[in-house]
Design a binder for this molecule. Structure first.
Ligand code: ZN
Length: 315
């Protein structure tokens, strides 16, 4: 099992809750994102424990550790982040695999968000209010009226959003969330609230590409986890989503839970609250809010004990 060292990003809209609430340490003025499971070239995790201590996760992973379900991907399939939006994120869209592999030489991006915390009136943007044509979408961007066309959603803790590639979206200010996504960093920015970037210039927009890939529709899904909460004496479990890219569930542990890593997939455990211990047959260590553990495929039974919440992701 590998305890991972996160990579931080100081995008202009970030806040300081990842340092304050999660205890992450860095020198940045703002911490917008913590990449807690990443083999992406823009920010890779290193291992903090055991015989691989100090190595990049991407250097040590073998196909066996990723599991047979990962064989169909040319790159490491996942990127998991914690995001603290002190300010609004730009209105954006991500391409699908076909478009991204052709134009960006990486995967497209389908992502999902689990809301960990938010201010009282926080909202985000998810798709369009009404179905419109691509031409109307382009005109609205050019006339600076695109915010009139979007679907705004008030959010609360525990909401879950599945953002299929091609879905227009923006995280709103005051939202702290966990994002599970395909391993891609391709974003087409549609609108940026006329702000300036860290270099004092407007951040670039990518209007042609955005119009190419955006599905100009109302969102097809609601804002809840896909599964009902399963309640047991010592833990509760809620399936957030199961799609062809990833399976994500949130666990609330009151005392203990056992996970099982078979040969099909690694398991990512991201602690979002509380603390406890994690153990396999050979090793055991303490875990706390913000910790991310990579459990290789075929590790067998993993026991997690304590009072904590965590997100479990497999492919
Ligand atoms: Zn996005």
């Amino acid at each position: 099992m590998f305890l991972l060292s996160p990579v931080f990003k100081d995008y202009i809209w970030g806040g300081n809750r990842l340092k304050k609430d999660f205890g992450f340490e860095n020198e940045l003025e703002k911490t917008a994102e913590a990449w807690v499971l990443s083999c992406h070239k823009d920010g890779e995790n290193t291992v903090l424990n055991g015989k691989y201590k100090g190595k990049l996760l991407s250097e040590i992973l073998t196909p066996e550790m990723k599991g047979t379900n990962a064989d169909r991907f040319d790159f490491f399939p996942l990127l998991i982040k914690l995001i603290d939006a002190k300010d609004n994120l730009s209105l954006q869209v991500h391409p699908d695999n076909e478009y991204a592999l052709k134009n960006e030489n990486e995967y497209g991006k389908t992502e999902c968000w689990y809301i960990l915390d938010c201010d009282k009136n926080s909202e985000l943007i998810y798709g369009f209010k009404e179905d419109i044509s691509s031409e109307e979408f382009r005109k609205a961007i050019e006339n600076d009226t695109v915010l009139e066309k979007v679907n705004r959603v008030k959010v609360k803790k525990g909401d879950f959003f599945f953002i299929d590639s091609g879905t227009l979206h923006a995280i709103g200010k005051g939202i702290l969330l966990a994002e599970i996504q395909q391993n891609s960093n391709t974003t087409y920015r549609v609108y940026d609230y006329n702000r300036l970037g860290n270099d004092g210039k407007p951040r670039p927009l990518h209007i042609d590409k955005a119009v190419d890939v955006t599905k100009c529709q109302k969102p097809a899904r609601n804002y809840s986890p896909e599964g009902e909460t399963e309640k047991f004496d010592v833990y509760e479990k809620t399936l957030l989503t199961k799609c062809d890219l990833f399976t994500v569930a949130i666990y609330e542990v009151k005392k203990e839970v056992a996970l099982y890593a078979d040969e099909t997939s690694f398991i990512s455990v991201l602690v979002t609250d509380g603390n406890g211990t994690i153990a396999n047959k050979d090793e055991k260590f303490e875990i706390k809010k913000g910790d991310s553990v990579f459990i290789p495929a075929s590790e067998g039974e993993i026991k997690i004990k304590g009072k904590l919440r965590f997100i479990k992701t497999t492919v």
